[in-house]
Design a protein around this ligand. Structure first.
Ligand SMILES: [Zn+2]
Length: 277
């Protein structure tokens, strides 16, 4: 049966989430919403002492209560990979919310205009480059990689050798500096630098778990993303055939929006936002 948004019942956990144990002590909780029909992929990690959610999706259901049912451990809180509301909308149900300090404003800005029904008056616990969260024999290291969103972090699970990459690296579409005027950091040049930073940690992880389009991914995708970025930086121009789910159709080629593909990677970018400075 095909997915029909109009008939979708967003009021029950069963209809809202697909939950799978994808790796040892690692749950993937995929959500579907009206504003992100491709859904977003959240996670729940268990250590020996605590569990921690990675991203909370865009939900008015008590998402903390939902993940608590998956584990016997106390849930310490949620950590956001970046500020976008399809990753942060359910934060308000958790007693502790970790995010990069630059994420706070965006994290409380609802997609689709109306914030009605979302819990947004929560406090944040800031995390930065090099911070480590220990769930009890499960260490998570924060690596700053902002480009798609300037507040983005990767979370390197040093114990189970998993890299959580948010929206900066995924098998669907990574958008980098696509819309609007040029902003410092939201460029392919900076994205490439960040991906090289992840590459420098290559021997410390085996798989990558992104924020959309399924996981776990073979870490080889990092090399494909790097090749996309490098081709753009070297002056190759991507194509204009951007599909509707990524805003295609409303983009005139004159806007400068292109997609560069290489094997499993797709980078959506703007020819005016390639280089810093
Ligand atoms: Zn995003």
């Amino acid at each position: 049966m095909s997915f029909n948004q109009k008939n979708f019942d967003y009021t029950t956990y069963e209809e809202y989430y697909h939950t799978t144990l994808i790796l040892p002590r690692t749950w993937m909780i995929s959500s579907k919403t009206q504003h992100t029909p491709m859904g977003s992929d959240n996670y729940l990690l268990e250590g020996d002492e605590y569990a921690l959610a990675i991203d909370s999706g865009m939900t008015k259901l008590d998402y903390c209560k939902y993940v608590e049912q998956l584990t016997d451990l106390p849930v310490d809180g949620v950590i956001n990979t970046h500020s976008h509301f399809d990753h942060t909308g359910g934060n308000g149900y958790f007693k502790k919310v970790y995010m990069h300090p630059e994420a706070e404003a965006g994290a409380k800005r609802a997609f689709g205009g109306s914030a009605e029904g979302y819990i947004l008056d929560y406090k944040i616990t800031p995390v930065r480059e090099g911070d480590v969260i220990n769930l009890g024999n499960r260490e998570l290291e924060i690596i700053e990689i902002g480009a798609h969103d300037l507040s983005s972090i990767a979370i390197l699970d040093r114990t189970y050798r998993i890299l959580f990459s948010g929206d900066e690296l995924e098998s669907g579409w990574c958008n980098v500096g696509v819309m609007g005027t040029k902003r410092k950091g939201a460029t392919i040049e900076n994205h490439y630098k960040n991906m090289m930073k992840l590459k420098s940690r290559w021997d410390e992880f085996d798989v990558i778990c992104p924020g959309h389009h399924g996981a776990p991914l073979d870490k080889e995708i990092l090399n494909h993303v790097l090749i996309c970025d490098k081709m753009i930086l070297d002056g190759y121009e991507g194509s204009c055939d951007i599909p509707p789910k990524n805003g295609g159709g409303r983009f005139d080629p004159e806007t400068g929006i292109r997609v560069m593909r290489y094997k499993t990677a797709h980078i959506c970018y703007n020819i005016n936002n390639i280089f810093e400075g």
